[in-house]
Design a protein around this ligand. Structure first.
Ligand SMILES: Nc1ncnc2c1ncn2[C@@H]1O[C@H](COP(=O)(O)OP(=O)(O)O)[C@@H](O)[C@H]1O
Ligand SMILES: [Mg+2]
Length: 235
């Protein structure tokens, strides 16, 4: 099973937007994904509840909830058919939690917005992923997603320079688009919206999905390497 963690302690960088849309994309590809919500704000879980019964199924794991009636491992279980788990993480997550949250992840995606504050916060996040979570660049598990990018603005050029300096792949550049706002409101992924509405966004998502496909340890699309158990998840 592929485990994809979306992480950046900076609030509003696009974690939930990426996590929910990625889950929708994987669902559309019949991979029966799970969406694990570690954020006590529960935005990804709320998005899931908005989905219509006809939408491709995404299994929700509200990991932030304190479940009184079931064991923690039962609460966090992923159904056998699931081929991928997308993990949405909270803002302000402390770097001491990075090792447990990223353990066994095939991919750790860091969304970053083009603003000085976000760039600065993301530099610290990347450094903590390398030094605290001990993810090596050479493992190829780390990827950056530039989010809410408006081309040719000064700050987007600054973001490009920052990303060039990191030596970590930029796996997608998402536009600043009302499609993402609609997605958050409707419980639909962009992949489920009319093509005429989302066509400018599709190429970048395809880039992201093909980068993710390359992260699977055995290289096989359907029989994914079993990830290490996500022990002691914070929430
Ligand atoms: N590419 C985008 N274009 C337009 N709005 C976006 C985009 N990405 C995120 N947003 C909006 O920005 C806000 C914060 O995004 P969110 O994914 O919730 O961030 P995080 O989970 O990192 O706190 C949400 O209202 C979301 O709809
Ligand atoms: Mg969020």
């Amino acid at each position: 099973m592929q485990r994809i963690v979306i992480l950046n302690p900076k609030g509003g960088s696009g974690k939930t937007t990426v996590a929910t849309n990625l889950a929708a994309w994987l669902a559309a590809a019949d991979t029966e994904p799970a969406l694990m919500d570690l954020d006590p704000q529960g935005s990804a879980t709320r998005w899931l509840r908005k989905r219509s019964a006809e939408s491709a199924p995404i299994y929700g794991i509200a990991a932030f909830e304190k479940a009184a009636s079931v064991t923690r491992s039962w609460q966090l279980r992923v159904p056998p058919g699931c081929q991928a788990v997308v993990v949405d993480t909270p803002a302000a997550i402390h770097s001491r939690h990075f090792p447990e949250v990223t353990r066994g992840a095939h991919a750790v995606l860091v969304p970053v917005m083009p603003s000085d504050i976000d760039i600065h916060a993301t530099a610290k996040c990347i450094s903590d992923l390398l030094l605290v979570a001990k993810i090596r660049r050479s493992e190829g598990r780390l990827g950056i997603i530039a989010n809410r990018v408006r081309s040719n603005t000064k700050v987007s050029q600054r973001l490009t320079r920052f990303l060039d300096s990191l030596d970590i792949p930029l796996v997608a550049t998402l536009r600043d688009s009302q499609n993402y706002v609609r997605s958050a409101e409707s419980g639909e992924g962009l992949v489920e919206m009319p093509r005429w509405q989302v066509w400018p966004d599709l190429a970048e998502w395809e880039k992201l999905l093909s980068w993710l496909a390359g992260r699977r340890r055995d290289g096989l699309p359907r029989q994914l390497a079993v990830s290490a158990p996500a022990t002691k998840l914070i929430c």
